[in-house]
Design a binder for this molecule. Structure first.
Ligand code: ADP
Length: 571
């Protein structure tokens, strides 16, 4: 007995198929038998499956077959958890073997872990009275030892299978996530599943939520014509039922199913699981085979997990597609808006241009009339004509501003070296008379340096004009207006300050927008169209400079701007 136990330990293996051969070897010298058979008990189906290896025994003459619990000697042993010794010959009444020369003796013991039967071990001999009670004890003890190593081998197999499953799922997940194109995602799912699980075909049908019809969107191993024919309403056929109920269906043999809807006549068994995303069935995933009963519970489990991943990958791809569509729509809308904006600019430019010439005529003729070149005027007539002149001036300025804004948007063609202090001086001279009239003092603070910048003189003059114009407009009588220019690294910085009404903090960025004015009352009081600062900003941006304001309500404002310094060309 000890020798048998020792031999069993020495020959223990984790490869199940090797077990019968090893056991036969370990028993060879202690038990007189001709053949050794083993069955493993399938608890789920209550059957005994024969365990056969390539070299069960050298004398193997018969092959054990699958047995139901209770069927034959082995079935009886498994059911009763007790050993059985037959010594008086049993002819061919011994189910479990297909034998040419029936055995005459048999010793059969259960393989058990605690109270749980995991299989049956049988030795047979061709002659009668081959086994004694002590042989029975020996085999019982060997069986107990053997059960432990079989259990380990089973666990090992299960662990290996799980590892293979996890690896397969991991690879599947990686493949699914390599693309966001819905069709590519679907194809990669069916192809990698076909590689992972043994099957003939794998297909994905997606549910159209509007008409509730399932249609195949990707398949591997399925003929194209069957793919195209496949159309099932919710609740119809296997896939339709799976989609309706949200639960997997396994059909071991389609021939046993009365209402099976055939698309592909080669399909014998199939396994369909739902593709569910956030409790909503979006389609079905099907494996099929041309063999009956081709899929196991493990396949179903694996397919169900794969379906969860697949559903997420599909939804991601769909989401991406709809985002892409939206981005495209936005880009199109943006392009149309830009076109409309350009068109509007062109119209405004044309109208402004067309208005300018007649306005100049109106103004000149009214001036002629006012000078009484066409005859003497009454005071009343004169005052009316003065209103005409005043209003014409407002409109002329507005037209001028609109045209300047358009021009400011054009790229800068001129980039000449010019002195910003000189430009500032010109602008100050230009408004000196008006400032004087209003009792305003103009103060400048320029360095000796010329402060050379690279730019367009007329446009930079307009920047100063507009800033000075505002300073004058918003200053109290007798106020002081300061203009500075100074060196600031790569830039030249200039400023125009006043002691006027100031600008509230929250308005300071908005005043640079087109047509923006702080409030209606100021506008009525000071005139203007709200374009001056927009023009300033655009001109400076075209020069790669910038403009900003610092201001306190009631204390005054200072507008700063920078223009890049002129760089002497390198020779
Ligand atoms: P406009 O002066 O023709 O209205 P601008 O674009 O030059 O247009 O200025 C926009 C608005 O910014 C002005 O209406 C005014 O409310 C405010 N603003 C501009 N400059 C000053 C300033 N120096 N002091 C106070 N408010 C100013």
């Amino acid at each position: 007995m000890l020798a048998v136990l020792d031999a069993l330990t020495a020959t223990a293996t984790l490869v199940l198929e090797e077990v019968p051969g090893r056991v036969a070897e370990a028993l060879r010298h202690s038990l007189n038998f001709d053949q050794l058979n083993m069955w493993l008990f399938d608890e789920e189906h209550d059957i005994l499956e024969p365990l056969m290896g390539p070299s069960s025994t050298a004398h193997q003459e018969t092959t054990p077959s699958t047995l139901l619990l209770g069927q034959g000697f082995a079935g009886w042993v498994a059911e009763n958890k007790a050993a059985m010794r037959v010594n008086d010959g049993f002819g061919d009444s011994h189910p479990g073997e297909r034998s040419a020369e029936p055995a005459q003796s048999a010793l059969i013991v259960p393989l058990m872990i605690g109270e749980r039967v995991i299989g049956v071990l049988e030795t047979t001999a061709a002659h009668r009275n081959a086994f004694t009670l002590s042989d029975e004890r020996l085999l019982m003890t060997a069986a107990r030892r053997l059960s432990v190593s079989i259990e380990s081998a089973l666990l090992y197999q299960e662990t290996k299978r799980r590892l293979a499953e996890v690896t397969a799922l991991y690879q599947l997940a990686q493949q699914m996530n390599t693309s966001l194109n819905i069709q590519e995602v679907l194809v990669s799912i069916v192809q990698s599943l076909k590689k992972t699980i043994k099957c003939r075909g794998c297909s994905i049908a997606l549910l159209d939520p509007v008409d509730n019809v399932l249609e195949i969107r990707a398949a591997a191993g399925v003929e194209h014509k069957w793919e195209q024919d496949f159309k099932l309403r919710l609740g119809e056929g296997v896939a339709g039922r799976v989609a309706l109920q949200g639960a997997p269906i396994y059909v071991p043999d389609v021939l046993d199913m009365n209402d099976f809807i055939f698309f592909d006549p080669n399909v014998r068994s199939l396994l369909t699981v739902p593709l569910t995303f956030q409790q909503r069935v979006i389609g079905t995933l099907t494996l099929d085979s041309d063999q009956p009963d081709a899929f196991s519970q493990n396949d179903e489990r694996l397919l169900t997990i794969a379906a969860t991943q697949a559903a997420i990958a599909i939804e991601n791809a769909r989401l991406y597609a709809s985002l892409e569509q939206r981005a495209q729509n936005l880009a199109q809308a943006y392009a149309e808006l830009k076109k409309a904006d350009r068109l509007k600019d062109e119209i405004v430019q044309n109208i402004s241009h067309e208005l300018r010439t007649p306005l100049t005529f109106v103004k000149s003729y009214v001036e002629l009339l006012l000078d009484e070149n066409a005859g003497p005027l009454t005071d009343e007539q004169k005052s009316y004509l003065e209103i005409v002149i005043e209003k014409t001036t407002v409109v002329t300025r507005l037209v001028g501003d609109i045209m300047s804004l358009q021009q400011a948007e054009q790229p800068l063609y001129k980039r000449e070296p010019l002195s910003l202090t000189a430009v500032a001086n010109r602008a100050m001279q230009g408004c000196a008379a008006t400032a004087h009239q209003l009792g305003l003092t103009l103060v400048s603070d320029f360095p000796d340096d010329l402060c050379l910048v690279s730019g367009d003189e007329d446009r930079l003059l307009q920047v100063f004009d507009n800033l000075l114009g505002n300073a004058i407009k918003f200053s109290p009588d007798g106020g002081k207006i300061g203009v500075t220019v100074k060196d600031a690294g790569n830039m030249v910085q200039a400023s125009v300050s006043d002691q006027g009404i100031g600008i509230p903090q929250d308005e300071q960025s908005r005043i640079f927008e087109r047509f923006y004015q702080i409030n209606g009352s100021a506008r009525r009081r000071f005139g203007g169209a709200g374009l001056g600062l927009a023009i300033v900003k655009r001109i400076l941006e075209a020069h790669d400079g910038k403009v900003w304001v610092e201001s306190q309500v009631g204390a005054g404002s200072t507008f700063y701007f920078t223009v890049p310094k002129y760089q002497t060309p390198q020779i």
